[in-house]
Design a protein around this ligand. Structure first.
Ligand code: SAH
Length: 303
């Protein structure tokens, strides 16, 4: 199993996603002899999972069923064990696009955190690019390395356990893009500039507070970055629901009033007409996710 490609059958050692519904799924490591509890009963890895195709509907011991999905960076982002705040697909898509990431790109990132963004970057730059990710919290750096190994993407990523503000990214003039998700990004802009290729590249910094953004923009300007832009992305999701709506009572219509060309629209409303109607509609949930953070983008240019 590798996050970089698809394979058909579930094997011992794989990471798989147990899917009970769109808002209820979790990751498992497949192991001979092991079993996983769900609200529908137990799944036995040796008999129920190993050798079955990904996407299979698996019946649990209490008769309910789940689907077993092949992991992708999108699914990992909503299933990974949180060790920090993480970036979600909405921001990640914008970051990937605006940093102009593609297969072969070399990217520097800090901090690694829970590896949500890292997995997405790695898939985008594969098979020939590389991610250098810097995390100063030792356990987080080690856990990220362990997950990259398990997901068979470790050849595309180097994890460094150091303070990016003091020691930088440990590489110079090789990066096409730099991404920062740390509390004081302005302290790392000089190191970001050193990491970027001589001929230029793109940078992005994620910060939840506008004061952090202001300091970062000033630092970017001082270091000669151009095209400095900050934006915030707000996601609105619509659920399809059956809703009931009252039919308004416009009073009685008579035969002679308001007759149309066909002459059949001005009829008296029959007493039997229902007072409400049910139909399907797209509804935005009352509570939607609000502000996550500001994304500041800039370009290191030759001139
Ligand atoms: N973008 C990540 C989450 C990053 S959370 C994701 O999507 O999963 C921020 C991380 O930055 C934390 O793990 C924190 O330990 C790390 N960090 C903060 N300051 C740092 C610094 N100066 N050098 C390196 N890592 C730092």
């Amino acid at each position: 199993m590798s996050f970089l490609e698809y394979k058909e059958l579930i094997e011992d050692g794989d990471t798989a996603i147990v899917f009970l519904g769109h808002d209820y799924m979790f990751p498992v490591t497949i192991q001979h002899g092991s079993q996983t509890q769900t609200k529908y009963g137990v799944i036995r890895h040796s008999t129920d999972l190993i050798g079955k195709p990904y996407g299979s509907k698996v019946t649990c011991s209490k008769g309910g069923w789940v689907h077993i999905l092949y992991p992708t960076p999108e699914l990992w982002t909503v299933n990974l064990p949180h060790r920090t705040q993480i970036l979600y697909s909405t921001d990640i898509s914008m970051i990937t696009m605006m940093l102009e990431l593609k297969p072969g790109s070399v990217v520097c990132e800090s901090g690694t955190g829970s590896g949500s963004l890292s997995h997405a970057i790695i898939r985008t730059v594969a098979p020939t690019g590389h991610l250098y990710t810097v995390e100063f919290h030792q356990q987080r750096a080690e856990k990220a390395m362990e997950e990259f190994r398990q997901h068979k993407v470790d050849h595309l990523v180097t994890v460094k356990n150091q303070d990016v503000c003091k020691n930088g990214f440990g590489v110079s003039h090789i990066a096409d893009a730099v991404f920062l998700d740390i509390p004081s990004p302005w302290e790392a802009i000089g190191h970001a500039k050193d990491a970027l290729k001589i001929e230029g590249g793109r940078i992005c910094s994620f910060s939840p507070c506008i004061e952090q953004v202001q300091r970062t923009c000033l630092a970017l300007e001082e270091h000669g970055f151009t095209e400095i832009n900050t934006l915030e992305i707000l996601l609105r999701i619509y659920d399809v629901r059956t809703v009931t709506m009252q039919i308004p009572d416009f009073g009685k219509a008579t035969e002679d009033e308001g007759s149309s060309e066909s002459g059949d629209t001005a009829k008296q409303i029959p007493a039997s007409q229902p007072s409400s109607a049910m139909f399907k509609s797209g509804i935005s949930p009352k509570e939607s996710v609000g502000h996550t953070g500001y994304l500041t983008f800039a370009t290191k240019s030759l001139f």
